[in-house]
Design a protein around this ligand. Sequence first.
Ligand SMILES: [Fe+2]
Ligand SMILES: [Fe+2]
Length: 287
Amino acid sequence: MGTWTLDDIPWDRFDRSKLDPEMVKVAKAACMVEHHSADYGKYLCGVFHDDPAFCADALAWAEEEVQHGAVLRRYAELADPSFDFDAAFARFVAGHPIDVDASESIRGSRCGELVARCIVEVGTSAYYSALRDAAEEPVFKAICTRIAGDEFRHYKLFYTAMKRYRDSEGLGLLARASVALGRLFESTDDELSYAYHCGAGEPDPYIRRRASRAYAARTLPLYRRDHVQRGVGMTLKAIGIKPHGRLGRIVESLVWRGFSLYARRLARAMAREADETRQSPLRRAPA
Ligand SMILES: [Fe+2]
Ligand SMILES: [Fe+2]
């Protein structure tokens, strides 16, 4: 059971003059990904079928994620009354099915599954914190504040369970690091950019690399160093490395430098591509 409901959101403070169309597209994408979490709850219950206590926690977690979907959907519909959630969500789910009948983790072990879940919550907590701090529209800011708080609690839930399975399964540090890095860089994980594509009503075909780069170019500049720093610390903790030790500080500094460099390069590349697209009809025009 969550700690808040949709009635706790100050909907009457909605200010259309402060609406950022890009944030509305982000809300549409996030509402679909969050809504899809009900299937992840079923998947986790399949993987942890003989652990009823964790299964109950996983179902309660999924309920909270679905609530994130509901609140973001309501916001997206308020900001853009033409948004057709059902059509966009049906298109999204068809392109991103989840195996709800799995009885084993796709990560190879239960500890690995929980490390991967920690990494997902690292991503969502940093994402909503960045959105909260960047948003100017008061209702969206309030929503992101609530959701970010939940995502930090979700991390704690999976981290606590992970420690239990780490001890019983004996998954070593390197194996945990491998799962964490694999989840971070999972090449197939374009869930958010695909949701963005569907939510924005972009026409097919969906070109994964282009859509992922476009989505990253829009969202990466929202992150500040403190968001990245906290995320790196939580990732290291999930692997089993002290975030505030010497190694942790070096990793954090390197990640921030790499992150900033990548974000700047991506922004330049996207600006160049946009320029080329604008100029191409002129180049084709007869002299
Ligand atoms: Fe969520
Ligand atoms: Fe979460």
